[in-house]
Design a protein around this ligand. Structure first.
Ligand code: PGA
Length: 252
């Protein structure tokens, strides 16, 4: 596949963290990245309340901002929800959809995720579609079957490498400090690439497949070197500029 590898993406997911005081971190990150030659794109997904302000403190940098979720509708009576169009209006270029915390805490199914990804596309955002197995599923040898089913159910019509990124995040690796081995990551990512062929045909080679789950500066280089890994989705370690830049530099 040499020559067809897509430009990697390192995305930070702040989850429900960050108030005004935290703006110093993206400001610092933008300053630290100013003179770094990068082979990857960088995206920060703060809480929606901070989207505009994070964008403002990183003004002039190459870092983009994204949302962590979106509703399927453009607008309407959906108290507390945020539409993809609103994220776009707030300066976002991407939206994470189907994160395992949304699937678990909010009962999101593959069908919900598919509709949210379609909403992101409608608004002109890149959908970062998350999939991944639980520990129980891994232990019973179901990992590849689980991600195949999630992929099949979560990608809307019109999915292309330009409007969609896949994030493989084993649920048991999120926030636990545990990670699969490089060989295990490569096995799942290579399987995902093959399965993507069904959805996007030969364009599958150009689709970015991120690894997520306990990525840190100390393991980023190794995890990112696995076959068919085109970047990372980072939770905890994206909150501090010093840690996040350590991961981004896996691509410097
Ligand atoms: P983590 O989270 O890096 O804190 O494990 C990853 C994620 O949930 O995207």
């Amino acid at each position: 596949m040499a020559g067809t590898q897509p430009r990697p993406l390192v995305a930070g997911n702040w989850k429900m963290n960050g108030t005004t005081a935290h703006l110093r971190e993206p400001r610092l990150l933008a300053a630290m990245l100013r003179d770094v030659k990068l082979r990857c794109e960088v995206l920060v997904c703060p809480p929606a309340t901070l989207a505009r302000r994070v964008k403002a403190v990183m003004k002039g940098s190459r870092i983009r901002i994204g949302g962590q979720d979106c509703h399927t509708a453009v607008s309407g009576a959906h108290t507390g929800d945020i539409s993809a169009e609103m994220l776009k209006d707030a300066g976002c270029t991407a939206a994470i959809v189907g994160h395992s915390e949304r699937r678990t805490n909010h009962g999101e199914t593959d069908a919900t995720v598919r509709a949210k990804a379609a909403a992101a596309h409608r608004a002109g955002l890149t959908a970062i579609v998350c999939i991944g197995e639980t520990l129980e599923e891994r232990k019973s040898g179901k990992t590849l079957a689980v991600v195949s089913k999630q992929l099949e159910g979560s990608l809307p019509e019109g999915t292309t490498p330009a409007n969609t990124v896949i994030a493989y995040e084993p649920v048991w690796a999120i926030g636990t400090g545990l990670t699969p081995t490089t060989a295990e990551v490569a096995e799942v990512h290579t399987h995902i690439r093959k399965e993507l062929g069904k959805a996007v045909g030969e364009n599958a080679a150009a689709m970015r497949i991120l690894y997520g789950g306990s990525v840190k500066p100390s393991n980023a280089q190794e995890l990112m070197s696995a076959d068919n890994v085109n970047g990372a989705l980072v939770g905890g370690a994206s909150l501090k500029a010093a840690d996040f830049i350590g991961i981004i530099k896996a691509y410097a």
